[in-house]
Structures are given as structure tokens and as C-alpha cells.
Design a protein around this ligand. Structure first.
Ligand SMILES: *[C@@H]1O[C@H](CO)[C@@H](O)[C@H](O)[C@H]1NC(C)=O
Length: 495
């Protein structure tokens, strides 16, 4: 009996690429296990994207279904069809997007009632940023696992800050020591996750709700690797009494180039990736710098120019991705006036479209990655032994910078001091000059310098550990097995 009983997980991701893609990767990893059935529930536009991504998986025998629910975007003041944070046309509308996520109970409930009565699922995996959806899941009285797109270090920083309130008495420019951590970790208040330094208005309630839900959940699932932050995993588990499952790096579920190329492809205008790869093939191993600071940002054009001119000054080959840069016309004008693109022709590539990042980072020609410090990007780089140059913008990216620079020492920081404002015109101005960029590149790519060699070696070592973690018998592989076992037992114990 037991072996033929399918364990059924319902996965409900946040509608933002940095959350959706890892959840799809997780669905693939779960679907490849014996007797596991997965349903991904998302909005219609995202359902189409997700289906394209898992089709091949289903052909290989996995039992993964995509189940759309209605998205109340228009009611929340968003344009028709705008169903993911990337599609939000202006920063002010991000609030409307957040609002829409608080209106999902009904649409989700309708679908759940229709398709899962009376065969209730075994467990839910819900994004932390959808606490209202967790409320719906609670009605089924099956375990809820909260999925947090952050690493344990960042989750623990937020957890300890939230509960200690040490940030409240500090001014913007003052330093805050995060209490209760295995290491001494200091941030400027302005570098903390924005809800500690900004008035979030009606959204502080959303935040509080998310924390409350996390505290009540069965456990959390994290796209990280036990070996990368063991002390923080343990401390988080101790501090919350929740089970923590580190199952990453989930992007390694994309085994071959076709998967890698497909991953994250969100629009049909996507550029032909073949030409970049051919270009990369023409460079020696570890010689090219890849620069990409995420599509959603408000970085001033002058600052982006400095980064590009720093790449030029390095005299090394580089790729810079401009996709959806803030004020793209202004930036294009600056680029034209300066003439940098002409000067670096053949050696420097400025790409104005989507790029298959996982495929680029896994190319042996890549020798360094200038990144905004999204955790997914960092993991992808480390898995390929690529050291990092950090340019954090906001959210938890300053925490990730600490992981890279202070805890793992797999990269160098450019020295960003202040977060880039999300909504309005950014006032942080130019924080990093081109000389600094050139210097940082030498620090991770220089051939003469012993410390550079150590950075590269550490990156390779951690990368190996991360890759091994997902193989059969590795820590992430076993954590995922444990999750399946725990949920199944819980279900039967209750039954
Ligand atoms: C995850 O893996 C680590 C390392 O093997 C282990 O110590 C930990 O107990 C595992 N966690 C769970 C929930 O199984």
C-alpha cells in the first residue's frame, strides 16, 4: 500500500523571477523522486511560462501539474496582464503589486476547493511573501513549509533584527550590530532590509503576517547548502524551533545546456544566445568579466557608466547586461556621447536583452562576476567557481555581500555604502568610481597576487561542495528526502 501512495505537494510561488524560477527548480527536484506528485499553482501568465519550463520534465516521467488561479491585478490597480514583479511598468506600482498579493485568498481557495476536494494534498510549500495564501492552506490542516528565497544567514539577520528591534534607535548613517549571530556582523542602518529603515505604511502588516506565518509553519525550505553556512542553519533552527531544509542550489536541477538556456527565459523577444556563446568560446579560460546587476533597479545612469568604464579600464574582455536599466534612453545617450562601445568593440559586449545567465556563468571563459548580489546569482557563480565583485542595491543584497566577502571570502566588494532607493529617483548618486572597479577586478582575476589565487581557490572549493550537495547522498539531496519523509509521516500520523 505504502509505496503506491503518492505524496502530493502543492507549491505556490511568489510571482517574481527570483522566487518563481527557484520554485520551479524545486518542483523538478521533487518530481524526480519516487512517488512524489507536484502541483504548481500560479497566475495564468506565469502558468504559461512555468509550463514551458517543466514540459521536458513531464516527458521524462515526472508528475508535475501546473494549475492557474485568477490574478486580481486589475482590481489592485495594475495593468491587464501584469502578473509578475518584472512586468510592473513603474516603481510606484510595486505597491499595487504587493497589494494584489494580499488579495489572493479567494482565487486560490476557489481552485483548491474545486480540484482538491476530497483528495487533500500532503503538504504545501508556500512563498514567505504570500502570507495570505498560507492562511488558505491552513484550512487543509496539512503541514505548510515556508519557502524563503534568502539564505539562512539573511533570514537569521532579519529574524534577530525583527525580534530585538536594535535598529529602532539607530539613525540612517549609524551602524547596527546584528545580535545573536555566530560572527560579529555590522551594517549601516541604511543597508538593512528596507522594512527596518523605511516606513512601509500599510505593508508593515504584511511583513508582520509573514513572520507570524513563518513562526507557525512546520518548517522552512531554503535554497542554500548546509556546508556553506552550517552555523547559521543551526542557529536559525535553535532560535525558531522550526525545521530547516537546505535543498540548494536548486538551479542545478537544470542538467544540460538546453535546460540552462531555457531557464528564466521570460519573453519571446529573447535574444539568440548562440552568438554570445560563440563569442565566449573565442576567449581563454577565466578571462572574461560578466557584469549584470539585475533588471529591477533604479541605479543612476552616471553610476552605470562608471561601472562600464571600469570594465573598459581593466583592459580585459567583458560582457555587460543593460536589460531594462533605469532610464535606458538617458543611459544610451551617455554611452553614445562617450563612445565606449566603439572603443571596446570586439573586447567588450554590451547586451540589451535577456541573457541565459546560468549558461553564461557555466562557460569556462568567465573569470569574474560583477553582481548586485542576488542570492540565486551568487549560488550560480559559486557552483561554477566564478569569484564575485559585489555591487549590492537593496533588499537583502547587503547581507549577501557579507556572506561573499566576510564569511566565505569568495569575492571583493566595490564599496557601496547606501541602498539604492526602490521607488523614487535615487539620491545615492555615484558611489563607486571606475578606478575602484578596475582595482576590484584585479583583486579577483590578477595572476600575480596570492590573495587573488586564494579567492579563486576558495570559490572553487565551495563550488565543489555545492555541486556535491545535490548529488545522491549529498546534504541537499538528503535534506529533500528528509522533507518528503517528514511530511509523509506527519500526514499519516494525523490520518
Ligand atoms: C540537512 O543536512 C545536514 C548536513 O548533512 C544535516 O546536518 C541536517 O540534519 C539535515 N537537515 C534535515 C532537516 O534533514
Amino acid at each position: 500500500m505504502e509505496s503506491s501512495t503518492k505524496v502530493h505537494f502543492i507549491l505556490i510561488p511568489l510571482m517574481a523571477a527570483g522566487h518563481l524560477l527557484p520554485m520551479v527548480d524545486l518542483a523538478k527536484l521533487l518530481g524526480r523522486r519516487n512517488n512524489v506528485k507536484v502541483t504548481i499553482m500560479t497566475t495564468p501568465v506565469n502558468a504559461v511560462r512555468v509550463r514551458a519550463n517543466i514540459d521536458r520534465e513531464v516527458q521524462c516521467g515526472s508528475s508535475i501539474t501546473v494549475q492557474p488561479y485568477r490574478f486580481p491585478g486589475v482590481e489592485a490597480g495594475l495593468p491587464e496582464g501584469c502578473e509578475s514583479s518584472e512586468a510592473v511598468p513603474s516603481p510606484e506600482l510595486m505597491y499595487n503589486f504587493a497589494k494584489a498579493t494580499t488579495m489572493l485568498q479567494k482565487p486560490v481557495e476557489e481552485v483548491l476547493e474545486k480540484i482538491f476536494t476530497p483528495t487533500i494534498p500532503t503538504g504545501f510549500i508556500v512563498d514567505k511573501n504570500l502570507p495570505h495564501v498560507s492562511d488558505v492552506a491552513k484550512k487543509f490542516k496539512v503541514p505548510i513549509i515556508i519557502s524563503d528565497a534568502l539564505n539562512c544567514f539573511s533570514i537569521l539577520c532579519n529574524h534577530n533584527l525583527f525580534h530585538s528591534k536594535v535598529y529602532e534607535s539607530a539613525s540612517e548613517s549609524e551602524s547596527v550590530v546584528v545580535p545573536g549571530l555566530p560572527h560579529r556582523i555590522v551594517f549601516k542602518k541604511s543597508q538593512l532590509q528596507e522594512y527596518f529603515s523605511m516606513d512601509m505604511g500599510e505593508f508593515s502588516a504584511l511583513r508582520e503576517k509573514a513572520w507570524k506565518n513563518e513562526g507557525e509553519a512546520y518548517g522552512i525550505i531554503v535554497n542554500s547548502v548546509d556546508e556553506l553556512e552550517e552555523e547559521y542553519v543551526k542557529e536559525y533552527r535553535r532560535a525558531t524551533g522550526r525545521e530547516v531544509y537546505c535543498v540548494g542550489p536548486v538551479s542545478l536541477s537544470n542538467k544540460d545546456d538546453k535546460d540552462k538556456a531555457q531557464r528564466g527565459k521570460l519573453d519571446s523577444k529573447a535574444q539568440e544566445e548562440g552568438e554570445y556563446l560563440k563569442w565566449l568560446d573565442s576567449w581563454p579560460a577565466r578571462s572574461v568579466i560578466y557584469g549584470n546587476i539585475a533588471s529591477l533597479n533604479n541605479v543612476p545612469s552616471g553610476q552605470i557608466m562608471e561601472l562600464i568604464l571600469g570594465l573598459e579600464a581593466s583592459k580585459r574582455p567583458f560582457i555587460w547586461v543593460l536589460r531594462d536599466a533605469h532610464k535606458i534612453e538617458e543611459l544610451n545617450k551617455l554611452l553614445k556621447e562617450d563612445g565606449v562601445e566603439e572603443r571596446v568593440k570586439g573586447r567588450g559586449l554590451i547586451i540589451r536583452g535577456w541573457v541565459p545567465q546560468v549558461l553564461i556563468l557555466s562557460h569556462t571563459a568567465i573569470g569574474a562576476f560583477l553582481t548586485h548580489c542576488g542570492w540565486n546569482s551568487i549560488l550560480e557563480a559559486m557552483c561554477n567557481g566564478v569569484p564575485l565583485i559585489t555591487f549590492p542595491l537593496n533588499c537583502e543584497q547587503f547581507y549577501n555581500e557579507k556572506v561573499v566577502v566576510q564569511l566565505l571570502e569568495v569575492g571583493v566588494r566595490l564599496g557601496v555604502e547606501t541602498a539604492t532607493n526602490f521607488e523614487a529617483e535615487d539620491k545615492s548618486g555615484i558611489q563607486v568610481r571606475r578606478e575602484k572597479v578596475k582595482e576590484a577586478i584585479e583583486k579577483v582575476m590578477g595572476k600575480e597576487d596570492e590573495e587573488s589565487e586564494r579567492i579563486r581557490e576558495r570559490t572553487r572549493n565551495y563550488g565543489e561542495k555545492a555541486n556535491k550537495a545535490l548529488e545522491k547522498g549529498g546534504s541537499s539531496y538528503r535534506n529533500l528526502s528528509q522533507l518528503i519523509e517528514d511530511i509523509t509521516q506527519h500526514f499519516h500520523a494525523k490520518g
